[in-house]
Design a protein around this ligand. Structure first.
Ligand code: GDP
Length: 470
């Protein structure tokens, strides 16, 4: 992840000389216009140019690691988060709109580290439910007076199951009853190998050794792939929601890719937001926000999104909705009515052939789920099509090749095989002739008499298509 000095200057629309002189003045190393510079150096340049919090969309960049604090109740999670938050000077600046946001960024030795306060095991639930994860690193807090407790064990199990890089914080060492050795031994007995997992003795209350804790977190994060695409479509998670006077519904989001700006449209579930304000945890208003930085956004329509759900960019929502209803090759010519009518006839006659042609293009697109729909009646056929193509932006990337009435037959299976499509059946059976090819060709299919179950299946398939890092 780097950008050359010249390229950066172009992107920032400033003179290359200016950028070069800023870099040379840092005396970090030698620079020329072709030097590859990295994220921290880019930040130096943007800070110096007064671009401040805004992050230029120049390249694949390294986002801050996302850290969650977990452990048994009363072992000191909240106290630790509060102590870490208070190390943030900016947080206490006067004149800012104060609001409670449970996620925040700690600056440590020039690096940003993002902490998210997720209730219970929400950060892990993310991994389970949607093939994605929110947190990169876990801090396991253990009270040395109480030792390993049921929720400690649960966190150990999750850390091991999902191989989450972790740091153990042996807490409350200021107390006389603290028994560090015993606690360490119990952790070992519960399968946490302290030989391999870094640990530190802390007092969350007094703030002892929090710098060492931060150092360990930063070191762990060096082993995590935190590269992300600043130029990509915004994508991330909803952390929490709230309401504010004047601004209406608010959602705290954690973007993981792309840059969200004022005016950017994002959606989550059935809700939609044209961003009209972005607030940092400090209360400061900014115009754009990059991956790894939690922020609160205003501009929600159709209610507030559900915490824990992902959000995606919905810039092309309107277009995509319309496109989903018109076969792709007709869409292109939509403005030309006469041609369209001719094409429509051709299209109907050559439905399967054109579908195959389309699939050649579409198959290369990893974001598209191709489906063949089978329904029992005209009414349910329409309902299914509508739901799949237009209800939720989450289902936008669905390509319906054919939608017909009747049992799944041999032709359907052949088409699905050729198109690498899934067959979805609503209240239909499988024709006798089709059974053997259906099983031997491993064409994915799903039938049910409850529409909701079909939507569920589709949503699962879409989740499988998400990039593994998200
Ligand atoms: P949580 O349930 O894990 O969030 O635990 P809290 O942060 O609410 O802490 C539970 C109690 O332990 C509170 O009364 C804290 O003041 C206390 N506590 C947390 N950390 C320390 C510590 O390092 N030393 C001492 N003496 N008390 C602590």
């Amino acid at each position: 992840p780097y950008v050359r000095v010249l390229h950066l200057a172009e992107k920032l629309q400033v003179s290359p000389k200016k950028v070069l002189s800023i870099l040379i003045n840092t005396e970090i190393r030698e620079y020329n216009l072709a030097t590859k510079i990295f994220h921290s150096e880019i930040k130096l340049v943007t800070d110096e140019l007064g671009i401040g919090q805004s992050i230029p969309s120049v390249l694949i960049t390294r986002r801050p690691p996302i850290v969650s604090v977990m452990g048994h109740v009363d072992h000191g999670k909240t106290t630790l988060l509060d102590s870490l938050r208070n190390t943030n000077v900016a947080e206490n600046e006067p004149g800012l709109i104060t609001q409670h946001v449970s996620s925040f960024v700690v600056k440590f030795e020039g690096r940003d580290v993002t902490f998210i306060d997720t209730p219970g095991h929400a950060a892990f639930a993310g991994i389970r439910g949607r093939g994605a994860k929110i947190n990169d690193i876990t801090i396991l807090v253990v009270d040395c007076c109480e030792g390993v407790q049921p929720q400690t064990k649960e966190v150990i199990r999750l850390i091991k199951e999902f191989r989450i890089p972790s740091v153990v914080a042996l807490n409350k060492i200021d107390k006389d009853e603290a028994n560090i050795e015993k606690t360490e031994q119990e952790l070992q007995e519960n399968g946490l190998e302290l030989m391999n997992i870094p640990s530190v003795q802390i007092s969350a209350l007094r703030g002892d050794n929090l710098d060492i804790l931060m150092r360990l977190v930063v070191t762990e994060s060096d082993g995590v792939n935190l590269d992300t695409d600043l130029g990509g479509n915004p994508f991330g998670f909803i952390l929490e929601t709230s309401k504010a006077r004047y601004l209406g519904g608010l959602a705290t989001i954690l973007p993981l890719r792309g840059i969200a700006r004022l005016g950017t449209i994002i959606s989550s579930g059935r809700t939609l937001c044209r961003i009209k304000a972005i607030l940092l945890p400090s209360g400061e208003k900014v115009k754009e926000i990059g991956p790894g930085y939690p922020c609160t956004i205003a501009g929600w329509r159709q209610g507030l999104p559900n915490p824990g759900l992902k959000f995606i960019s919905a810039e092309k929502l309107v277009d995509a909705k319309r496109m989903a209803k018109v076969p792709a090759n007709l869409w292109v010519l939509e403005k030309n009515k006469r041609k369209r009518q001719i094409l429509k006839k051709l299209f109907l006659a050559e439905k399967s052939r054109s579908a195959v042609q389309e699939s050649v293009e579409i198959r290369g697109n990893k974001n598209t789920l191709c489906v063949l729909l089978k329904s029992d009646t005209e009414g349910s056929k329409e309902a299914l099509e509508t739901i799949l193509t237009s209800t939720s932006p989450e289902y936008l990337k669905i390509q319906v090749f054919t939608s017909t009435i009747g049992d799944i037959n041999l032709t359907d299976v052949r088409h699905a095989k050729a198109l690498k499509a899934h067959i979805l059946g609503f209240n239909v059976g499988i024709h006798r002739d089709a059974v053997s090819l259906l099983t031997s060709s491993a064409v994915p299919y799903f039938t049910h008499n409850v529409v909701y179950q079909i939507i569920n299946y589709v949503s699962e398939q879409l989740d499988k298509m998400l990039p593994p890092d998200y």
